[in-house]
Write a protein that binds this ligand. Sequence first.
Ligand code: DMJ
Length: 484
Amino acid sequence: MRQARLVKSVVTHSQGKDLFRRFFFALTLFILPFSSLAQSPSDIPMTDAQKVEMANRVRQQCVKAWEGYKKYAWGHDELKPLSRTPYDWYGHSLMITPVDTLDTLVLMGLKPQADEDRRLIDTQLNFDQDIYVSNFEITIRLMGGLLSGYQLTDDKKLLALADDLGRRLLPVFNSPTGMPYEFINLHSGAVRGVNSNPAQVGSLLIEFGMLTRLTGNPVYYDKAKRALVALYRRSSSVGLVGSGINVETGEWTNTTAGIMGGIDSYYEYLLKASILFDDMDCARMWKQSLLSINRYLADQRPDGLWYGQADALSGKRTSTDYGALDAFFPAVLALSGDLNRAKQLQDSSYRMWNLAGIEPDKFDYVTKEIISQKYPLRPEIIESTYYLYQYTRDPKYLTMGATFLNSLINHCGTDNGFASLRNVTTKQKTDQMGSYLFAETFKYLYLLFAPPSILRLDSVIFNTEAHPMKRSLGKRKANRDVSD
Ligand code: DMJ
């Protein structure tokens, strides 16, 4: 409050608005994010020059982490930022960080880095490996990154790699229900993992569908759409899905419903596929699902709007957890046209961030107790901030973005990159820098402050790993109906 009074007196007794703006900008950058004012972001606008300055700051941080990756982990899946050693998810590198990062480097105008990255991918990435991989993770990060990289650079090798990957992944859909197995061997096509969840089953259509649009091969769209429809048809009588499903029997193995990790991007893809491909089935499935989400999961509390968990069969509330992954939902609500709920939920997410000065992975929004202390550099809250700023131009979202950037730098920054936090209360770091730091966290932060001309939100649909797909390409061919 003292700071608020100080700000006021500066305005009254000085040269007015311009000085106030500059003073406020300094506050935004260095002081505000750590003060109690950060609980309710101010609505003082940033000038265009100040936004450019913020975008440059984000780019500098991204370059710093990219240089660290290059120095200590070049050609590997990830950099371990504390030990400065490389890490490969499956023993052999699938170049997860290079592929996930390419479109971010292009959008940031880092051409030498983007060209070098592209050369690495073009010459070294080989999917013919005798390893079992997660179909979901490889689709959203690698197929998504290759497809958006191709759309931004016109490098046909990237499309050929995506096509090769798509062909290798196809056997994953050969279950009795058409819902994909969890893991697949990239060399033999053998599958594993009958117990899956809605996110893994239902977040494939943006990538597989775009692959169909770009190659003309209908099989990708058809398989991913059938899986999505098969899942939707197993919604309960109250219109909810559980968080665990057996892909061979179609039985629910866990009936906890929510918008949390394990379910999250299934809902996201119903909406986004409907827009990207003009797919009316997806539009209908999204509309129906949203009614149940708002009826059974939304929770209007004295301190604001939250979304918790319920039993998928009865709709009865089971818990009041909310976390970093749930914070994607304001973006989806905003894209769906419900700005009112989107804004309220984003305010709630921001309060969660400020509980410990950086976001816990999960907390109870009634007791305010932190349930999972980790912060693995997640992007979802920043993604929602970006969408809300695009739709409202409310400067409070820029202030939120400045808070996030400062927390990241101060609590997660290392000499050569950024480290996840093991504990948001103690700020103890852990030796992990996931590739989505580049694909999503930096990209959404950059786009929040960058001029809209860098990438117009209404010209693309982002996959769940923030890889932009051009809407114009999604709509090129007539929509195919799937019936089974
Ligand atoms: C990303 O890989 C994707 O956003 C996915 O949908 C779930 N979350 C991680 C980042 O938190």
